[in-house]
Design a protein around this ligand. Structure first.
Ligand code: PLP
Length: 381
């Protein structure tokens, strides 16, 4: 048995069966994306420099930032990108206000504190989006807050936070907006100029459906230029990282070459699929199939429908004491589905993701597997 931080016990290596990942990431990738990792690249080879440039341009374009923003990729998972963004864009005397309604928001507040910057938090419940009016009031009062951080889709619950409204308030009050768009970028339309965002952070392995190992920011050019010398770190200095790309097109330190190649392939497939609008439609269908199917079995979703992002759905744990999460998890794995073994901080719950290379037929099969496992356990809903 291994013990997860969230307190759910799982049996190690129960199933050898290939798994469809119904988690918040890493996700199921396409064969074409995995195949893109089958060759080796020299990191200073012109072909790889080209590949990096293409990936950076594609991401900037996807964010609507052509001409105003620059994509700076960084080795590591999404959290590396978040820490690098805070380190780079918040100066030593900066004061960050984090809008937190889940674990990821609180993690960002911890990052700000570890980096020795001032941090304040506006906390709302895990099922409650931050209120734009309250934020306006806070920022209109004379205080020294310089940056506001919003988690666009709080993957803790799957709640979609009101990016456009918050961005308007932050712009009106002359502060800088940093957005954790980890589990929304690629799945939910974002335009860094329409709802003004100074720094957006995301990663390769969520809704872009790439392999894990790469984070990136899409940063406003002025913000990048103004951040020279801010970072109390060498590897997390995104300003220095971007200078490397500008000067030679090369990464400062060994890049995850295979992951960059996989992301390039994944971005190409996103385009072929019809862009963010088409991916949003597919994920929304997945989400609807999952919600309808689970509701029909008697499960209760945690969020009301208008707050639900089409990325991951939180369900209340059934009240029947015969429901054992470990048995449930293992039963689904035996049937080829890996769900997410994490809990909310308060409500007793479990989560099923609907993003990655998965389709409505897969979600129907997953719901069917849930039905079988529940029947096997003898759980009444
Ligand atoms: C996945 C995720 C992260 C980053 O997590 P890593 O494990 O470092 O990749 C950060 N914020 C949100 C909202 C996420 O969904």
């Amino acid at each position: 048995m291994i013990r997860r931080k969230a307190g759910i016990r799982l049996n190690r290596g129960m199933s050898e069966k290939p798994q469809l990942l119904l988690t918040p990431g890493p996700l199921t990738t396409s064969e074409a994306t995995r195949n893109a990792m089958m060759r080796d690249w020299g990191s200073r080879d012109p072909a790889f420099i080209d590949l990096t440039r293409r990936v950076r341009t594609r991401i900037t374009d996807l964010a609507g930032g052509a001409g105003t923003h620059t994509c700076v990729p960084l080795q590591g998972s999404g959290t590396y990108g978040l820490e690098a963004a805070i380190a780079t864009f918040v100066p030593g005397d900066g004061h960050v206000l984090v809008l937190a309604n889940g674990a990821y928001g609180h993690r960002i507040a911890d990052i700000v504190e570890i980096l020795g910057r001032r941090v304040s938090i506006i906390e709302t419940g895990e099922d409650t989006p931050p209120a734009p009016a309250g934020l306006r009031e806070r920022l209109s009062a004379r205080d020294d807050i310089t940056h506001v951080v919003l988690v666009h889709c709080e993957t803790t619950s799957g709640i979609l936070n009101p990016l456009a409204e918050i961005a308007t308030v932050v712009a009106d009050t002359g502060r800088s907006l940093i957005v954790d768009a980890m589990s929304s970028f690629g799945a939910i339309p974002i335009d860094v100029n329409a709802a003004p965002i100074d720094v957006l952070i995301s990663s390769s392995n969520k809704c872009l459906e790439g392999a894990p190992g790469l984070a990136f920011v899409v940063a406003r050019n002025e913000s990048l230029a103004a951040s020279v010398g801010n970072a109390p770190s060498m590897v997390l200095d995104l300003q220095a990282q971007s200078v490397g790309f500008q000067k030679t097109g090369e990464w400062r330190f060994t890049p995850p070459t295979h992951v960059v190649a996989a992301l390039d392939a994944a971005l190409h497939q996103l385009e072929e699929e019809g862009g963010v609008a088409a991916r949003n439609k597919r994920y929304s269908e997945n989400c609807t199939v999952l919600l309808d199917g689970m509701r029909a079995l008697g499960f209760q979703p945690y969020l009301s429908h208008n707050l639900q992002a089409p990325t991951i759905v939180t369900f209340h744990t059934p009240a029947d004491p015969k429901f054992d999460f470990t048995v449930f998890y293992d039963g689904l794995q035996d049937r080829g589905f890996t769900i997410y073994p994490g809990k909310l901080t308060k409500a007793d719950s479990f989560r099923i993701g609907c993003i990655g290379q998965v389709f409505s037929g897969d979600m129907r099969a997953a719901v069917n597997a849930v039905k079988e496992v529940i029947e096997e356990m003898g759980v009444t809903l």
